[in-house]
Design a protein around this ligand. Structure first.
Ligand SMILES: Cc1ncc(COP(=O)(O)O)c(C=O)c1O
Length: 449
């Protein structure tokens, strides 16, 4: 499919976006249901706020502007918007019904399929969100180990047990806050210090952007086994993307439990909890994890079609290939331009553009690059969330847009005029951390053994 977005000499018209946003004002707290989709992540006054439709890797905002999308629904659109095979499966299922009074065979079929592609998934349960399944995993680990303490690393959702480690912890009783701590990614010493006889589990994103070093994941596996804690992989971003079998397959490390949601149903809402049968069996009675929409059939039909497509079309390989082209292409341009303060890093399937301190105010430089990309028809929040629909032409166009946009940034950085070059309000910090996770260590650095 040829690329259809073009460089625009002007900022896009966003009057309909602004009109919708003013209607949301004083009606929807924060204006958004997902912080990463909200206006704080985009240059206000320049970027669109509401999207209306998508096809493949492209989206159209409510003013009719077209963009090449690198957010992809913040992860779920792994194949592409309005992807025919998945949409057909949803439409077919819709003819028979959405939610039923008894169980639906798709619950079994999809579980069998998941077990086929993820050998560690000895048993499988469904829910609706990522947060549901990370929370169920933590509860299971506590029930299985008869321990209470949780160590985490990364972002795991809005529920009490996790969000209590952040500064947005209002409404969470102190007793709950006292049970969750953090470890630092790639810092096995922080885990060795923290995993003790009260630790139920270590839950982490197996990789975010920084690759595991020095067998970090293997060592964590050994540590958990030795100390009787469960290892839980939060595979929202890695599952069905890094490899068909997710990070467990890619890194060759078996977790006790793993959780999936984004990427598994190409945009339909489903969360999957999977893992060791002896642990999962606790969900039969003692650990209560049941929910009305868990067996909702449209999402299960979408899940089945998405997994089959990922397997048959070798989607992970394509994501790695296209992502690498983008990453290497970006870094070559930055190098050519002598911009050694900006780099594209990460696993190929999902990369991020980072700036070091020499670029100046990180939020302002990110905003300026975003502004220049929006002018060139690219919806960008700092990372490249690749989908199977990102074509050769899309990648080539994106690199040509960087080739135009990066010199604008270079000039502004060199002349100290980044803020002045911005035609709107800079973006806010990203709430979801991508590095430096040890925000609430169980053992403060000064007291380490
Ligand atoms: C790694 C990770 N875990 C858990 C979640 C929570 O998922 P949800 O927002 O569907 O509850 C997210 C969401 O962004 C995530 O990125």
């Amino acid at each position: 499919m040829p690329n259809t977005v073009q460089s625009n000499p002007h900022d896009p018209v966003i009057s309909q976006s602004d009109a919708w946003f003013s209607r949301a004002n004083n009606l929807i707290p924060a204006g958004t249901q997902t912080l990463a989709k909200g206006p704080g992540q985009y240059v206000r006054g320049v970027a669109p706020k509401y999207l209306e439709r998508g096809k493949g890797s492209h989206v159209w905002d409510v003013d009719g502007n077209e963009y090449l999308d690198y957010q992809m629904g913040i992860g779920p659109i792994s194949l592409g918007y309005c992807y025919e095979r998945v949409d057909r499966a949803i439409q077919e299922q819709l003819k028979s019904g959405i939610t039923f009074s008894l169980m639906h065979p798709l619950e079994v079929e999809v579980a069998e399929l998941i077990r086929e592609v993820i050998p560690q998934a000895e048993m499988v349960r469904y829910s609706k969100t990522g947060c549901d399944v990370t929370s169920a995993a933590v509860r299971l680990a506590r029930a299985f180990t008869h321990r209470s303490k949780v160590l985490c690393c990364g972002y795991h959702g809005w529920h009490d047990w996790y969000i209590s480690v952040t500064d947005r912890n209002a409404g969470i009783p102190q007793a709950v806050q006292d049970l969750t701590y953090t470890i630092n990614y790639n810092d096995i010493a922080s885990a060795i210090d923290a995993v003790d006889e009260e630790t139920a589990c270590v839950i982490l994103e197996p990789v975010v952007f920084e690759a595991p070093k020095d067998d970090f994941l293997q060592k964590l596996r050994e540590l958990c086994t030795a100390r009787g804690a469960l290892l839980i992989f939060d595979e929202m971003w890695t599952g069905f993307r890094l490899a068909l079998g997710g990070a467990q397959q890619y890194f060759g490390v078996d977790a006790d439990l793993a959780t999936y949601s984004k990427a598994i149903a190409n945009g339909m809402p489903i969360g999957v909890l999977a893992g060791r049968a002896d642990v999962m069996r606790l969900c039969e009675r003692d650990v209560f994890f049941f929910t009305t929409f868990g067996g909702e059939a449209l999402s299960l039909a979408a899940t089945k079609a998405t997994i089959l497509e990922i397997r048959e079309r070798r989607v992970s390989e394509s994501l790695h290939r296209q992502g690498r082209k983008l990453k290497d292409g970006f870094n070559a341009i930055a190098e050519e331009l002598g911009m050694d303060y900006v780099r594209c890093v990460g696993m190929d399937v999902r990369t991020i553009v980072t700036f070091d301190a020499r670029a100046g105010n990180g939020l302002e430089v990110k905003s300026l690059l975003q502004q220049e990309l929006i002018r060139r028809g690219i919806l960008w929040g700092g990372s490249h969330n690749l989908s199977f629909s990102h074509t050769e032409a899309d990648i080539a166009y994106t690199l040509s847009a960087y080739r135009e946009a990066l010199p604008v940034l270079r000039e502004a950085v060199a002349s100290g005029s980044v803020r002045k070059a911005l035609r709107g309000t800079p973006v806010d910090p990203v709430f979801r951390r991508t590095t430096n996770f040890n925000t609430k260590p169980a053992v403060p650095a000064g007291e380490r053994r």
